[in-house]
Design a protein around this ligand. Structure first.
Ligand SMILES: [Zn+2]
Length: 132
C-alpha cells in the first residue's frame, strides 16, 4: 500500500516532470532526457525550474515540500490552526493539507470575502429576491 509520503513524492515528481516538459519546449535544441532532469533535481536545478513555474505550481510545490518536512518532524497530519488530527480520508485526497476541513473552509470563506470586497466593492445581497 502506498504511504502518504509516496503520494507526495509522486505528486512532486509529476509536477517537476510537467515543468521539465515545458522547459524543454522552451529551450530549443536541449536534447536532455526528461528522466535525467528529474534524477538531477538538485537545489540549483530546482531554483532554475522555479523561474518558469506559475504561481499555482510554486504554491503546490511549496505545499508538497512542507508536507514532506512535516512528515520528517512528525507534525504531519495535525491542523496548524487548531491542532486537531486531520482525518486520514482527507489526507488521502489532499496529502499536503495543512488544516482540518473546518479551518480550511473558514479560511477560504474569509479569503473569498476579502477578495470579493476588494474586487467588486461591497456587493448587493441577492437574497430575498423573487416571490412576493
Ligand atoms: Zn483546524
Amino acid at each position: 500500500m502506498k504511504t502518504i509520503k509516496d503520494m507526495l513524492m509522486e505528486m512532486r515528481e509529476e509536477l517537476v516532470l510537467e515543468i521539465a516538459r515545458r522547459s524543454k519546449a522552451t529551450t530549443e535544441g536541449a536534447q536532455q532526457d526528461i528522466g535525467d532532469i528529474v534524477d538531477s533535481v538538485s537545489e540549483e536545478r530546482t531554483r532554475e525550474l522555479e523561474m518558469i513555474l506559475t504561481d499555482r505550481e510554486k504554491k503546490k510545490l511549496l505545499q508538497i515540500d512542507e508536507a514532506l518536512e512535516r512528515i520528517e518532524d512528525s507534525s504531519y497530519g495535525l491542523c496548524e490552526e487548531c491542532d486537531v488530527k486531520i482525518p486520514k480520508a482527507r489526507l488521502k485526497v489532499v496529502p499536503f493539507a495543512k488544516y482540518c476541513v473546518e479551518c480550511q473552509e473558514k479560511m477560504e470563506r474569509e479569503e473569498k470575502y476579502l477578495r470579493e470586497e476588494s474586487e467588486d466593492g461591497v456587493r448587493k445581497s441577492a437574497a430575498g429576491e423573487g416571490e412576493e
